[in-house]
Design a protein around this ligand. Structure first.
Ligand code: ATP
Ligand code: MG
Length: 365
């Protein structure tokens, strides 16, 4: 839950020291390239044991060094203090929670739930179907360990099935189809339910901020049911069977949740192609707001919000409305350029750090 402090050893350009973060809101203010996003990244990395900017841990190691370490103290819901320690020695990553080894990153779920707002979120609105699926999967993976397990299993079976198709070992397809259908149907059901719940939140939010009504998220599952929108396991197996010839020709599995589509609609037509740049940007930002609300509604817990240059791209009116309707949060981290009117968004509970060349200095009034 709220982060109390983080100690750095050779993480990106940040100085080897400890930063005190105990505040409801923490603002990082600095010129380009000083280390603001690196600070947000360190919070995220502590929370999930992975970065939102790269899969290569080696990139996080300070230039000229061989590894890095992050020690994060945070407050539990019951008021006690816990510690997360993550380190990377150049080859292996190690994660510990209160001195105990975390073997699988899924054990970190709900520890310090973070919702990140960043420029790349635009991809959720305008990007490839894969990016949109990623967003929904992330919403579910924030709290649902079973969803993580089933998704991992699905990916593994899919990979083996595709290999079987390439190697033309077609007699094995029956067995794979059964497993693929079982896990795939579970994923589709979870996605369908999540998008239904999301729509209760999202359309109203979008209308409140932009004045544009009737925007909704449409789930187009790759496997469709005959009576219900989603198929039963048997129906999914039948679909796989019917498409087998195509799969054999293409040497890959052409249907299943890995081909699901998610669209933004308004009055029955695709919203994104005609939306303006600002309207698309707001889609992305409000998806993150909805993600936070969805998380709180589902778990009863408030997330930590990490906002990387988010307000920068909005006109002054929209900035005001977005800051006025932020979701409930346990803690908020936000980056600003020095020229931005961050003082205006400050609250009594806000702490401001000036960031320069990886070093921080608290600004006191
Ligand atoms: P912007 O306003 O442009 O987003 P920022 O303050 O968010 O800037 P960051 O992305 O946090 O900037 O930091 C970038 C700085 O960190 C760059 O100067 C970069 O050279 C440095 N940096 C990134 N990775 C490393 C590393 N592994 N070792 C040393 N320095 C690094
Ligand atoms: Mg940045």
């Amino acid at each position: 839950m709220p982060v109390l402090n983080i100690s750095y050893v050779n993480f990106r350009n940040l100085k080897n020291a400890s930063i005190d973060l105990l505040a409801k809101e923490v603002y990082f203010v600095g010129e380009n390239g000083q280390g603001k996003s690196n600070l947000l990244e360190s919070v995220y990395y502590s929370a999930y044991g992975s970065s939102f900017r790269t899969h290569a841990d080696s990139e996080l190691v300070k230039e000229g060094k061989s590894g890095f370490g992050l020690k994060t103290m945070y407050r539990e819901e019951n008021g006690s203090t816990s510690t997360l320690f993550v380190s990377y020695d150049g080859t292996k990553k190690k994660i510990e929670k209160n001195g105990k080894t975390v073997k699988d990153r899924k054990e970190l779920i709900n520890t310090m739930p973070c919702v990140l707002f960043c420029h790349d979120d635009l991809e959720f609105a305008i990007g490839e179907p894969e990016r949109k699926r990623f967003f929904i999967d992330q919403c579910l993976s924030m709290y649902d360990v079973l969803y993580i397990d089933v998704s991992r299993r699905y990916k593994k079976i899919l990979k083996t099935r595709n290999l079987t198709l390439k190697e033309m070992k077609f007699d094995m397809l029956d067995a794979f189809d059964m497993q693929l259908a079982e896990n795939g149907v579970f994923i589709q059901k979870k996605r369908g339910d999540a998008i239904f719940q999301f729509n209760q939140i999202f359309g109203k939010l979008y209308e409140d901020i932009t004045g544009i009504d009737g925007v909704s998220i449409k789930y187009e599952p790759s496997w469709k049911g005959t009576e219900l929108p989603l198929p039963s396991q048997n129906e999914a197996m039948q679909i796989l069977f019917n498409k087998r010839e195509m799969d054999k020709v293409m040497q890959t599995t052409m249907s299943g949740p890995h081909r699901d589509r998610i669209r933004f609609m308004r009055n029955g037509t695709n919203f994104v192609p005609t939306a303006s740049t600002g309207q698309r940007r707001l889609l992305a930002i409000l998806l993150r707001v909805a993600q936070s609300i969805f998380y709180t509604q589902t778990t009863g817990k408030k997330p930590v919000l990490l906002m990387d240059d988010v307000l920068l791209e909005l006109d002054p009116d929209k900035r005001q409305s977005v800051t006025a309707m932020l979701p409930e949060y346990d803690q908020l981290f936000c980056t600003f350029l020095p020229g931005e009117p961050f003082e205006r968004y400050k609250r009594k509970t806000t702490r401001v750090y000036k960031i320069e060349k990886g070093e921080w200095n608290e600004q006191r009034d």
